[in-house]
Design a protein around this ligand. Structure first.
Ligand SMILES: NC(=O)c1ccc[n+]([C@@H]2O[C@H](COP(=O)([O-])OP(=O)(O)OC[C@H]3O[C@@H](n4cnc5c(N)ncnc54)[C@H](O)[C@@H]3O)[C@@H](O)[C@H]2O)c1
Length: 417
């Protein structure tokens, strides 16, 4: 593809997708041509962006019609558990795909997704934006430069109590993926950056969860309140990844890496992922303990105006376009294998939890023989996908949530959001 042509982009899902729409409509390498969402009020909101940017956008409420639109690449910002089937269809149709979190709902989908990427030869990029914070990008640079030596232990946290916004993000839909999600599934915000920073992958995981808290049950969520993954990494390092609806304000988005020559971490309170603290255990270094705000990698106006998630939302789109255009910076994308290294631990840690916290090996999907045994593995908490292999929503048991709860949440959504 010549470097002069703009990539024709479609966006599927216009709630979270609005952030991507805002970037793609303004990016010099992209032409936003189509948006699909079955909830029409969201499409109305998009028309304002089209006006502001002079974009000629066709709007769809039906995916099959959207699928037939002339476009080179698609941003998947639909339901978190439904990315893989759409990604697979799009890849086989010759489109490049950038997928929101999570990559897959089951191991069987992971097999099919890898095959679709390999056979189609198209770009698949995983939009784990937490890998592109100022702090996480800087920690990657320092780690790869050898500042703290060899990776020994890492911790990642995404503790976000969504209780106050639950009506806005589930709208009282009993079957919304957020209501059906189990504790360790949404793991890549906490675990992903550790992998991106160090380049190591998890080889074994053990999972733990907390029981369902009443403050979540009364809003319609019956799963474990928080999930913890303990992992052994490919180089022998250990990792703790924690996420969920624990009580804390502001939410905790925090990363910490220990090496054999020092350690570094992002700020845990006031400046969060805008600041890092670094300690280097070397005689010749006088500034062995430093704390600073890393500079952004890209300083364009568009990067500066994309403030969502600490500015990280710009990079997932930008690097994806760079990759499609065959440019060097595209190497910052997260490929399908790395996406699964980040995402499969969430599924496998829950399998560990449901089996008495046993250790579970994390298969490397780069290896066709290793992945083959999971071809028919549809174990998950979604009855439509799992069939007979349905997992419970919480290992401690789930509360009975009457339909009136969802009706009440729906009312809260209609009245307040
Ligand atoms: N990376 C981040 O920081 C971040 C933040 C928020 C959400 N997300 C991710 O974004 C995705 C979407 O989440 P959300 O918060 O927008 O909520 P959501 O999942 O409720 O919204 C999905 C949207 O897609 C539309 N949609 C889904 N299936 C469709 C179909 N078959 N046809 C037409 N429209 C369809 C829905 O109408 C809805 O507007 C999820 O994957 C979530 O994990 C990521």
């Amino acid at each position: 593809m010549g470097n002069q042509r703009k990539i024709k982009v479609g966006v599927f899902g216009a709630y979270r997708g609005m952030t991507m729409i805002n970037v793609m409509a303004r990016h010099p390498d992209a032409e936003l041509v189509a948006i699909c969402d079955k909830y029409e009020p969201l499409l109305e909101r998009c028309k304002k962006v089209a006006e502001e940017t002079g974009s000629k956008i066709t709007y769809y409420t039906n995916f099959d019609d959207f699928f037939n639109h002339d476009m080179d690449a698609v941003v998947l910002a639909n339901y978190a558990n439904e990315h893989a089937p759409f990604a697979i269809r799009l890849l086989y149709s010759g489109r490049h795909v950038v997928s929101e979190v999570l990559p897959v709902e089951t191991l069987a989908q992971a097999v099919q997704l890898v095959e679709a990427v390999e056979k189609s030869g198209k770009v698949y990029s995983y939009a784990e934006n937490y890998c592109y914070f100022l702090a996480t990008q800087e920690m990657k640079k320092l780690y790869r430069r050898g500042d703290i030596g060899e990776f020994m232990h890492g911790e990642g946290e995404y503790v976000h109590n969504c209780e106050p916004i639950w009506p806005r993000i589930t709208y009282g839909d009993k079957n919304h993926w957020r209501n059906r999600m189990y504790s360790t599934y949404y793991c890549t915000h906490s675990l992903g950056p550790i992998l991106t920073i160090t380049g190591e992958r998890p080889v074994k995981v053990v999972g733990f969860e907390t029981p369902n808290a009443e403050y979540m049950a009364k809003l319609g969520y019956g799963g474990g309140t928080s999930g913890m993954i303990v992992a052994q990494m490919s180089n022998g390092a250990t990792v703790k990844s924690l996420h969920g609806n624990l009580k804390r304000e502001p939410s905790s988005v925090w990363y910490c890496i220990y090496g054999d020559k020092g350690m570094m971490e992002s700020d845990r309170w006031h400046e969060g992922v805008h600041r890092i603290h670094l300690f280097r255990d070397e005689e010749k270094i006088t500034d062995y303990e430093v704390s600073y705000r890393p500079k952004p990698r890209v300083t364009s106006k568009l990067a500066a105006m994309t403030s969502g998630h600490g500015g990280s939302d710009f990079y997932t789109m930008h690097y994806f376009l760079e990759k499609v255009l065959g440019r060097e910076d595209g190497e910052n994308c997260i490929d399908v294998y790395q996406a699964l290294d980040m995402g499969l631990p969430g599924i496998l840690a829950y399998r560990s939890i449901c089996n008495g916290n046993v250790p579970i090996t994390v298969p490397d999907f780069r290896n066709p023989e290793e992945r083959e045994q999971f071809r028919n593995d549809s174990w998950c908490t979604n009855p439509e996908i799992a069939g007979d292999d349905l997992a419970p929503l919480c290992s401690f048991g789930s509360p009975d949530i009457p339909d009136e709860v969802y009706e009440k949440v729906k009312k809260m959504w209609e009245e307040n959001f």
